[in-house]
Design a protein around this ligand. Structure first.
Ligand code: CMP
Length: 139
């Protein structure tokens, strides 16, 4: 089934000059970039985006990190794209990620894990709507 997901190249991925490498991996899987922009979230915007994690021990730290520098946000589209992109990223904790995945190769720790991807169609719809309006989405 053709579906959409939200991808973020996090501040550590941008500062390590990994934007091109990550997009090459995405396109190499046959996934389509339908929208893309660079943003720098405020602390409040990062807290709203990660509201589902409010109250967890890592909430303050991850929202500080996500507002510490620019991110690249993208909408990806393709058959089974949510799972395919999560497979490309690897596990949240890079030490558990498969060899050859983005996080295994480039993450520093469980927080600075280079990329984010939606985990289900409902979260993808929320996350896409958080960053993009209809005029910004090709097609
Ligand atoms: P992400 O997939 O963007 O979802 C939530 C983020 O919180 C996660 O990646 C990590 O960057 C960060 N994080 C930090 N500690 C943890 C943890 N113990 N469990 C899950 N996510 C964590």
């Amino acid at each position: 089934m053709i579906e959409k997901t939200l991808s973020i190249i996090k501040p550590d991925g941008v500062s390590k000059n990994l934007i091109g490498d990550i997009i090459k991996r995405i396109e190499g899987q046959g996934l389509k970039v339908k929208a893309m922009k660079m943003i720098h979230m405020s602390k409040e915007q990062a807290k709203d985006f990660y509201a589902v994690h409010d109250g967890k021990p890592f909430f303050e730290s991850v929202t500080d990190f996500m507002s510490s520098g620019p991110c690249v946000v993208m909408i990806l589209e393709g058959g089974d794209v949510i799972k395919k992109y999560r497979d490309l990223m690897g596990a949240t904790n890079f030490e558990d990620a498969e060899e050859g995945t983005i996080r295994r190769e480039f993450a520093t720790n469980i927080e600075k894990n280079v990329v984010h991807g939606s985990d289900a169609p409902e979260t993808a719809a929320f996350e896409i709507g958080y960053f993009f309006n209809a005029l910004e989405i090709v097609g």
